[in-house]
Design a protein around this ligand. Structure first.
Ligand SMILES: *Cc1c(COP(=O)(O)O)cnc(C)c1O
Length: 371
């Protein structure tokens, strides 16, 4: 394959740098195996599994330091299903959606439902971020915390001058790896296959009292809500340690173990320190490199959990990603829609900074250029 020998010490110990599904730690697999006899293959309406859901809900309340009155709700279908649930159960009349990449665009598209007024879409080019603006007629402000397709990170901050409106943030790739203040959101939702290192298929939402009030009001309003996307129903099920229909119990086991690990080590501040250190390694490498540069121009918008770097034309990023894949180092290709000569490196909390450093040295080696 033309890469000849790889010098000692350049191969990451774990080659999984994908932005989701992402690295699953060995301890998560061990927890899965330990639970294989008494939890896997048992009823999701009985204590073994409802207790696991309760543990996830309590563990997330602790991890995010949720104030009294906030609740953790779960359902099936991943973050994508939550987009539609938000259109049915959170938006009263009109949303404002910030779009600066693929995931924000999909959320905005879900909020363009026929029973709502067309959302106001505030767009910014890939690699930058769009910020909300207060508007009289907007009752939901929606944006992604971390735009996984570009590696741009936006602040999670309530909109000044928008009393009564809900702040609804897609935290999918940020949650568990980045700090967030619950006082600044009404809904922070995510799927567990990024920093939580679990499998996909589930959505989890942290809800403020105002969000719960909105959900209950819309639930009582007579609006048609399909059961699968009904947040009033999800709220009732979650309070009993259940989901509306059968969840993937394995996903819950992997998720519960990761939450335990995070809480034992110091919670979100500890996680944010780890991801900050790993992502800084990528950005510092790129800034010092003759052929790489951070894709996100503004340093304060560079993601701490998904680092994107453009390569100079003379170095073919796709060739490097292919060579890495042959070495067992996978999923650093850029987001497909972006079509850039780029590498996208996840620096989720489970990924060791030393492995990130090995990856960067390996990229230099494959590029045939010193860093
Ligand atoms: C991965 C991701 C999603 C999609 O999650 P699914 O569980 O596949 O629906 C949505 N939003 C963001 C920001 C993501 O990173």
């Amino acid at each position: 394959m033309g890469d000849s020998r790889i010098p000692d010490g350049l191969l990451p110990l774990d080659g999984r740098f994908g932005s989701g599904p992402s690295l699953v730690r060995g301890a998560q697999i061990d927890a899965f195996v330990r639970a294989s006899r008494d939890v896997l293959g048992t009823s999701h309406r009985r204590a073994a599994v409802t207790g696991l859901v309760d543990e996830v809900r309590t563990g997330l309340s602790e991890l995010f330091a949720l104030p009294d009155g906030y609740e953790v709700v779960l359902g099936n279908g991943g973050a994508t299903a939550f987009w539609d649930a938000a259109a049915f159960c959170l938006v009263e009349r009109r949303a404002q959606a910030m779009v600066f990449g693929e995931f924000g665009a999909k959320f905005a598209s879900a909020l363009s439902a026929p029973w709502l007024q067309a959302p106001e879409v505030r767009e910014a080019p890939a690699g930058s971020i769009a910020l909300p603006e207060p508007r009289e007629d907007v009752d939901v402000y929606a944006w992604p915390h971390n735009e996984t397709s570009t590696g741009a990170m936006a602040p999670v901050r309530r909109v000044d001058g928008a009393p009564g409106a809900l702040t609804v943030v897609d935290g999918t790739s940020a949650a568990g790896g980045a700090l967030v203040d619950p006082a600044e959101f009404d809904v922070y939702y995510f799927a567990p296959q990024k920093n939580f290192g679990a499998d996909g298929g589930l959505w989890i939402a942290l809800l403020s009292p105002a969000a719960i009030e909105r959900i209950e009001r819309i639930g009582a309003s007579g609006r048609y809500l399909p059961d699968f996307l009904s947040l009033p129903l999800a709220l009732r099920c979650s309070r009993r340690g259940q989901t509306l229909n059968t969840p993937a119990i394995g996903t819950l086991l992997l998720l519960a173990e990761q939450i335990r690990w995070l809480n034992e080590h110091g919670g979100l501040p500890w996680a944010a320190e780890r991801t900050g250190r790993s992502s800084a390694a990528v950005y510092e490498w790129a800034l010092a490199s003759a052929y790489a540069s951070p894709f996100v121009a503004q340093p304060e918008h560079r993601s701490s959990v998904v680092a994107t770097v453009d390569l100079a034309e003379r170095v073919d990023a796709a060739r490097i990603a292919r060579s890495l894949r042959k070495l067992g180092v996978v999923d650093v290709e850029p987001y497909r829609g972006l079509q850039r000569n780029q590498l996208r490196i996840a620096t989720f909390v489970s990924i060791e900074t030393e492995d990130v450093r090995r990856l960067l040295a390996l990229v230099d080696h494959l590029a045939g250029e010193p860093g």
